[in-house]
Design a protein around this ligand. Sequence first.
Ligand SMILES: C[S@@+](CC[C@H](N)C(=O)[O-])C[C@H]1O[C@@H](n2cnc3c(N)ncnc32)[C@H](O)[C@@H]1O
Length: 504
Amino acid sequence: MITSFLDNINNNSTAVSLNRLNTENKEKNEQYFTPLSVASFMSSMFKPQDKSAIRFLDAGAGLGNLTASFISTVCKWENKPQKIRAVLYEIDSTLIPGLNKNMELAKEFCENNNIELEVTIINQDYIDSCINDINSEDSKNLFDYILLNPPYKKMGTNQRHKQSLMKIGIDVPNFYAAFVALSYRLLNKKAQLVCIIPRSFCNGQYFKAFRKDLTTKVKMEKLHVFDSRKNIFKDDVLQETLIMYLSRNKQNANDRIEVTQSVKDEFSEIITIQKSFEEVVFPNDPENLIRIIKDEDTTIVERMHNLNCVLKDLNISVSTGPIVDFREHPSLLSHEGNIWSLPIIYPENFVAGFVKWPIFGKKPGFILESESNINKLREPGIYVLVKRMSSKEERKRVVAAIYNSEKTSQRKVAFNNNLNYFHVNFSSLDNLNLARGLSLYLNSSLVDNYFRTFSGSTQVNVGDLKSLKYPSLKQLEFLGTQYDEKLPSQERIDHIIDNILFFS
Ligand SMILES: C[S@@+](CC[C@H](N)C(=O)[O-])C[C@H]1O[C@@H](n2cnc3c(N)ncnc32)[C@H](O)[C@@H]1O
């Protein structure tokens, strides 16, 4: 009976979705509906509560896939409640008829299971309404269960939503974080929230305030990650997705967190790892990074933490390339240089661990100095560069190369914005062995695997590079003596790192 209820929901939702392919509303409101297999997995995380009536929230409900799966899960509980009060927010009025239809099926299904289902569909902006509810401090607005697959879009600094959220102490860069932060404020005692969101909040400056809020206001009990780069929503979002189970409790350092990972097609094979909270969010980590460290990665984390230095100790800094090529006046950029031209460097210039310039491709390789860009150009010398974005196909996320003006041009250089560059006071590292050692270290599997414990995206931010531990200057210089003109193979790099840094 449960299968046929969810089958009917699936048929309705699929029919509506197919009719709406490429509609303006689909794009605007980011309507990627949760497949019912995923929704059911999410609902199965909830623990039953001994209550005769429960209040449930689905914010950004779409066609109600999450609500339907929640209801079908509750109907399987041994101790079922007599009543479910479900509140569903959906901003897009064109989805409301489909949502109503699915909720009629849900009511019928509940009736057959001796549960009364009361559904309130609110065709309004969830953020605005929720802020009002939080401000009213009325406990009638609280929920026992919240299930979310929120919209993902960015929130501009001047946007109305951003400003009203800041007024109630919520500082978030986008809608999904806003939906989650607002919703956990509406949790009743013992209440639980499950959400499916991109993993991007686990690291990065933009989400720092959100991570702090999350880790101090609610208790993280379970995390589920999908096999990396697998796309469960069949869209083009280049982002790992995560399911998170939160409860309205205080978090302690030694609380257990169950981390699960789908190995194959969604949920047919799952690996479970037990972690303590302090293994997920390290104590004294000012960034509050949320790390998913699989058992096979424990040695990696231990090794990284055994290294002695942070970047500051090396007197080295890392910044994002200051030139944005498409914002430069077109007359300043060219494919062919003249005697005044300077190199402009892109990830495309990386060849076997060194910058090759000029190369002749789609990007203009030459830039002219002008009043508008003079402060963004860097002195000639030696720099270590790291790509800011690896492509989906690339095996590694952290890819480094050395820029050496001796091999390119003795004039100033422009690092494009899709690169990060290591420097000393915005100038050359002035030490080729140090640069070679730093680049070798950054290109190691140790760094790449460590990076993956806290980042689920293909982007490498300056903050991520600052959060790594580094070998000492002496060790880096010695690493730099291990190769000359060409970065060694991955196997060789890892062997050198093992031998020199860990004596193994
Ligand atoms: C990613 S979809 C997920 C839909 C549904 N929760 C599911 O899992 O199938 C997000 C939904 O949020 C809705 N939405 C977007 N912005 C909203 C807002 N400010 N208030 C309420 N709903 C919103 C969209 O129209 C869309 O249906």
